[in-house]
Design a protein around this ligand. Structure first.
Ligand code: HEC
Length: 171
């Protein structure tokens, strides 16, 4: 009766000891491994080709506008949720929780989004094929931003409208 308990305790203690050893020991990479790791960094990728489905995709002013929108909590039903509420820049653009929470709880984990411009497919199941079509989803999802397009149109018109972008899409 006692033996299984003792064996269990020893196994547990060994696992804990092993785990803390992993946590404190910094990995050492061979020069070839280090070179491989550096080659996988986003900055090693070539420039993206133009996106024919996005007329302002290469415009720095549009990128600056997108950056402001990313952090704007007014794009939500309760005034508290922005893209950055789940995609935290200081956490590699994810939130470290098993299931994302916005206006409610989603049924999926937040994805880290750095470099997604290079992805041919987006979301865990690949159901979107461009960043702009992906971004349409969370804004009106009741468990994410919980906003609606009328509210968003009013917000943009009142706060972000410039002569340049108010006519951009009708050229
Ligand atoms: C409530 C938390 C939450 C908010 C708010 C949110 N997201 Fe996400 N995001 C997620 C989750 C969860 C997924 C994965 C969903 C899935 O696969 O169905 C995701 C996936 C993505 C992806 C796909 C990444 C990839 O590698 O395929 C992009 C891009 C993205 N979000 C951008 C945005 C933008 C832009 C906004 C704001 C308009 C936003 N998200 C708002 C939680 C959130």
């Amino acid at each position: 009766m006692r033996l299984p308990l003792v064996v269990g305790a020893v196994v547990l203690a060994t696992a804990i000891a092993g785990w803390s050893w992993f946590e404190v020991t910094a990995p050492t990479w061979s020069p070839a491994e280090a070179k491989l790791i550096v080659s996988l960094s986003l900055s090693a990728l070539p420039l993206l080709p133009s996106d024919p489905s996005n007329g302002v995709g290469d415009d720095p002013a549009a990128a600056a506008l997108g950056r402001s929108l990313f952090f704007d909590t007014r794009l939500s039903g309760n005034g508290k949720v922005a893209c950055a509420s789940c995609h935290l820049p200081e956490r590699q653009f994810q939130d470290g929780t098993p299931l994302a929470t916005g206006m409610g709880q989603t049924n999926r984990r937040t994805m880290p989004i750095a470099g997604t411009a290079y992805s041919p497919w987006l979301f865990w199941d690949g159901r979107k094929d461009s960043q702009w079509s992906q971004a349409l989803g969370p804004l009106e999802s009741p468990v994410e931003h919980g906003a609606d397009r009328t509210q968003i149109a009013r917000l943009i018109s009142a706060n972000y409208s410039t002569r340049r972008y108010s006519v951009c899409c009708r050229k």
